[in-house]
Design a protein around this ligand. Structure first.
Ligand code: ATP
Length: 473
């Protein structure tokens, strides 16, 4: 059966007319309830010329943090036999169609000779795109090629063949968060699951912002779930790039623990004694593109920030607004400003002075409610995250207890409809901070604790933003 779906073996015989192939089953196409992205443009009608591109894009190399990824090893093995040592379409076989979007279609595919590695192949027919959409594809290619993060896709290959652009990225067999939400009672996830997914999204956004990338299309539909239950943010066609100047900020933090004498303290006049014992200086990585500026109105209606709607220009704060809408939707099963139609949704966002909660379903969610209220603030100068990015959001009490540097080791929540592949990798429970009684896991956890808690009394570091050394520009 699979052989029927094989992509033509020679690139020169290329025929990517997938829609005509009835043997390709669409198994997880985006649900009809998924919300499409909006992109207002004043010059959207000119079609791109049909001249076929034959540009060879050099194959990509493993990025520092994904070097040991099994997918890279499979690609290396497959391309060893290639005369030019690069990956071609003939190395791939399509398994099935997984979904279609604005720009193209996505297929599950495997390497022809190395069946154990699965990939997603996003295929864009450049001839079917307007010049505006083509610029989005180019933006997506640029962004994908710069990413190196566990919660973002790895671009294994970028192929330009005839009039098709193909991106080979990680395959996420667990679908997207929007579909997962539809499987929950009242479309609502339990609060611990919301904390888990929100924390991972926050870390992914932090990384993007640290590269100067403003995402602009945050919504559950674009949050894919990997085989191991962790997230992968997708769809970068609406991003824009800005300058960012990363810096290390010192912040004075109150502490409830008694001073161990190891905290560096600052002394200020009259408060000298109290400050010596109750305060410490925390050094934090801050890389928020605060000068980012764009005027194009893009995004998804229910997730648009007010400044996007008014069209007076916006910056990275639109992602923090959308993050607030996301947390709200995961908790309450609907977005906070949704109206009867798209226009009324936009009116609600533009005219709202505060976000409303259904008091009945807010019980036990005081911290989540507080976080949402601080994110869904119209004035960007007051909105949480706009000044110092994710660093400030991570410190909100809703995320208390999350050990940010260990987040990718957390065991994903058990949620209805989410089949997480058990693997040998140790997982830390994000709820209790401890995994099950498995000794091996405990040993690993102990080892990690030793590294992170080397300094007795420096437990604070685990909640600080200390994962910045993972980021490379
Ligand atoms: N890596 C992946 N693994 C599994 N499914 C994927 C992957 N990437 C995309 N999909 C699915 O394929 C469909 C279309 O993908 P995608 O959203 O990237 O296309 P698009 O043309 O950029 O869409 P959009 O309209 O959102 O801009 C979606 O249903 C998505 O869930």
């Amino acid at each position: 059966m699979e052989d029927d779906m094989i992509l033509c073996p020679q690139d020169s015989d290329l025929d990517l007319s997938f829609t005509s192939s009835t043997s390709i089953a669409t198994t997880s196409a985006r649900s009809s309830l998924a919300r499409s992205s909006l992109c207002l443009s004043f010059n959207d009608s000119s079609r791109i010329s049909s001249a076929a591109s034959s540009t060879a894009v050099p194959n990509l190399h493993p990025r520092p943090h994904r070097k040991s990824d099994a997918n890279w090893s499979a690609i290396r093995a497959a391309t060893n036999l290639s005369s030019d040592g690069t990956l071609h379409l003939r190395h791939l076989k399509l398994v099935r169609h997984v979904g279609s979007g604005n720009l193209g279609r996505v297929f599950l595919c495997r390497l022809r000779d190395y069946d154990h590695a699965s990939f997603a192949l996003k295929v864009v027919d450049n001839n079917a795109l307007t010049s505006k959409k083509l610029s989005h594809v180019q933006m997506e290619a640029r962004i994908l090629s710069s990413l190196d993060h566990p919660f973002l896709p790895t671009l294994y290959a970028h192929l330009e063949v005839s009039h098709y652009t193909c991106f080979l990225i990680d395959f996420c067999p667990n679908g997207d968060l929007h579909s997962l939400l539809r499987k929950q009672p009242n479309y609502r996830l339990p609060i611990d699951s919301v904390r888990f997914f929100a924390a991972e999204v926050l870390v992914a956004l932090e990384y993007l912002h640290s590269l100067g990338i403003v995402y602009r299309d945050l919504k559950p539909e674009n949050i894919l779930i990997r085989e191991d239950g962790h997230i992968m943010l997708s769809d970068f066609d609406l991003c824009f790039n800005a300058d960012v100047v990363p810096k290390l900020d010192n912040r004075i933090q109150g502490t409830t623990s008694s001073s161990s004498g190891k905290h560096r303290s600052r002394c200020y006049g009259g408060n000298r004694r109290r400050r010596r014992t109750d305060e410490e200086i925390v050094t934090e990585f801050v890389a928020e593109p605060t000068t980012a500026y764009s005027r194009s109105c893009v995004g998804t209606h229910e997730y648009l920030a007010p400044e996007l709607i008014t069209g007076n220009g916006h910056g990275s704060g639109v992602d923090w607004w959308a993050f607030g809408v996301l947390v709200y939707e995961l908790l309450y099963g609907r977005t906070p400003f949704k109206g009867g139609c798209k226009e009324s949704t936009l009116r609600n966002i533009a005219s709202s002075t505060e976000v409303r909660f259904d008091e009945e379903s807010t019980r036990g969610m005081a911290q989540a409610k507080d976080l949402i209220e601080k994110l869904l603030v119209k004035d960007t100068r007051e909105r949480l995250g706009c000044a110092r990015g994710a660093t400030d959001i991570k410190r909100h009490p809703f995320f208390d207890g999350i050990k940010w540097p260990l987040i990718r080791m957390y065991r994903p929540p058990e949620v209805r409809g989410l089949a997480v592949k058990k693997n040998s990798r140790a997982h830390v429970s994000h709820v209790s901070g401890w995994s099950s009684s498995h000794k091996k896991r405990r040993w690993l956890w102990k080892g990690l604790s030793c590294i992170f808690l080397k300094n007795k009394g420096s437990k604070r570091n685990l909640n600080s933003n200390h994962n910045y050394y993972h980021y490379k520009k």
